[in-house]
Design a protein around this ligand. Structure first.
Ligand code: AMP
Length: 114
């Protein structure tokens, strides 16, 4: 989608610090990091929200999570721990309408989030 920020990052039209890319997903550093490691893992294809995921996306979602875990490992977070979280809809604070999972780590993370 031409007006989607994350589609533009996936296509290379908008710059981002990409840490992983393959045929299904792209992972890049969040522009406003909330932790020493804050990476977003997004599907390369435009899916507006978790609620728009269909049965066909099961493999894709699994791959997103596995990618987040691999990035966490490469960031040296396996022993310390990390969080993978996705916001859906206004009350969760979803601000970009393209499915994305946040990988957060490198500091103690409070729970529950505010
Ligand atoms: P959410 O609030 O869960 O929808 O998360 C959206 C995230 O995208 C926020 O953490 C933003 O800081 C991040 N973000 C927005 N624009 C960009 C961008 N151009 N590059 C990297 N991260 C971005």
């Amino acid at each position: 989608m031409a007006d989607c920020i994350f589609c533009r990052i996936v296509s290379g039209e908008m710059p981002a610090e990409i840490v992983h890319k393959d045929d299904l997903v792209t992972a890049f550093r969040d522009v406003n990091p909330q932790a020493p490691t804050h990476v977003l893992v997004v599907p390369n294809k435009h899916i507006p929200a978790l609620t728009a995921l269909g049965d066909d996306e099961r493999r894709l979602v699994g791959h997103i999570i596995q990618t987040a875990v691999k990035v966490a490992e490469s960031e040296g977070l396996n022993e310390r721990g990390f969080r993978v979280v996705a916001n859906c809809g206004p009350e969760a604070g979803q601000s970009v309408d393209h499915v994305h999972f946040h990988l957060l780590g490198g500091r103690a993370l409070g729970w529950p989030p505010g």
